[in-house]
Design a protein around this ligand. Sequence first.
Ligand code: SF4
Length: 696
Amino acid sequence: DEKKPDKWVFSTCGYCGVGCGLYIGVKDGRAVYTKGNPKHFVNKGTLCPKGLSEHQLINSKERVTTPLIKKDGNLVDASWDEVFKKVSNEFKRIAKESGEKAVGVISTGQLLTEEFYTLGKFVQLGLGTNNYDGNTTLCMASAVTGYKQSLGSDGPVGSYEDFELADTIFLVGANIADNHPILKLHIAKNKKKPNIIVIDPRASKTSQMATTYVPIKPRTDLALYNGLSYIIMEQGWEDEGYVKANTNGYKELKKHLQNYPPQEVSNITGIDVKTLYELARQFGAQDSVLTAWTMGVNQSFMGTDTVSAIINLHLLTGQIGREGAGPFSITGQCNAMGTRESGFTSSLPAYRNFGDEEAIKEYAKIVNVPDEIVPRERGYKYAEIIDAIDRGEIKALWIVATNPLVSFVNQNKLRKTLEKLDLLVVQDAFMSDTAEIADVVFSAATWGEKEGTYTNSERRCNRANKAVEPIGETKSDFDIIVEFSKYFEGVNELLFPKWEKPIDAFNEFKKLSEGQLCDYSGITYELLEEHGGIQWPCNKERPLGTKRLYSSDIAFRTKDKKANLLCVDWFPMAEPVSSEFPAILNTGRTVEQWHTRTKTRSIDILNNLAPEGWVDINPSDAKVLKVKSGERITISSARGKVEDVIVRVTQSVASGSIFVPFHFNTQLVNTLTNESFCPKSGEPNFKQTAIQLHSD
Ligand code: SF4
């Protein structure tokens, strides 16, 4: 009874894009418990280890409890007025001397939609810089641009219900057992005993769920999907009626795919020709085929086109817009979707395009601002912001709730680049690696201390409530942005008139979304609690939301309402192996930790399960290296080395490949990763790096 909560507060998990419903148990004003919401569609009461221990992050010893300012080389406590004055004065000085665009901002899918919308509006219309991006570019950007170029708009097409209804489920470059564990429940509910086909170079935990595991050579996936489309056309397994009525580009694609005959694709991918035919046959023979992917596809220098190659398969066979079918990108962060829709990074709010004059004027009218201050084009993407700092073009950087000094590629270079800034501001709830080198830290409240909404992978908007008061001198990100805007003449009055609470931002965003594909206009906070989340589009005609996009009554968002079958090409690896660096490093995640561990590194139960980074090595490679499980090695690449990495000898990686999780600053694997990016999405190619192993 000592620990029994006084009350339970309805909320949503703030870690991954699955979007589990939960309750936060509160006793004497402190969060003491987390339990799953048994009525929530997504998780039916279950939670993964991170969700179960989530209340512990609120009182973590890593919290930043007061604003900080650097004095004599040390970060010391400061008042909010002091840090707001310092940063606003510096932003104004830099804007005057070098232009407004000399200020860059990087934010995150960890923010609530209300906060993300407010931040984007302030940065783009208030500070006047479009050099603004989010860590979605490290995660979902390829899915965003792939959906846009193939279907005319961003937006995952499916529902978790489709895992329950599909005849065949392809999981490609997706280790859901570690990264989206609760999705397994939806597959388990499928009464059809579906074929579960896992395609991945690494036999991850997810491959143990497979009916067929297909190992594939690293970064050859685009060639595979082109090859499957070739076979589908060769065998006449297309849905001709669907293709004719709903797509453009069939003839061009057929001609283009002559470059991808089965034997050629087999040589590239390492998958035998018979298996290629069996994989392609699934699309033609089964009523419903679902393809779900995550970072294995997105984090690639061909990420956008790989997404389109997957979508081609579904368009050719009409496996889209129906129960159990569709190309489904599973998101990473809890609010990766809400941040995509509320915009100002890859598009203007509610999927309005930069450069669309009509859409810009419409936006300006709805929010009552002069349209001249709305940006006409997207500014620099994440990596371009870093390059612009390196060149001296961007002089101040404001980083919100993300930690590039663990998560970005080529860490040694990044650290040197960030040192060139006149001003680095970090807004975070935790003392991250990046916050440690900041000039100013805005101390933010975290999950459970603030309110708003998150939208999950299946477009389900969920309610996150405040359970306890923000710790110490912390403020919600919403409050920080609105209060900071008052230090810029006229900005608060123009952008946030009478805004007091996150719902003011939510209501404005709802208005902006009306009539758009991502229509939130029918959603209210009350409805979200009543129904355990609602999937957009939700409006008067669809008061309880929409399970899947592009069914008969939702057209593709291209001009002629037809989807694009696209001719996309496979290229060899961005950084080939060599005699100096003969093996390939793959990076990823583990269920016990969250991204750069700012939230999870002081939660004992998680750290006891996964205390440090490790390296998976194939037994034959371990033999050559003369190392055993439990021993430690060094890994090097052309950019640096990581020492003291504990070895796990395992068949889960092929000879010539290794795997290291990216979470740990103690084994900082992004020291090794290379700077190659998808030219369309800007997403880094985290997954293949040429490396050498050294036994110590
Ligand atoms: Fe949270 Fe994701 Fe785990 Fe669900 S699966 S409890 S959303 S981290």
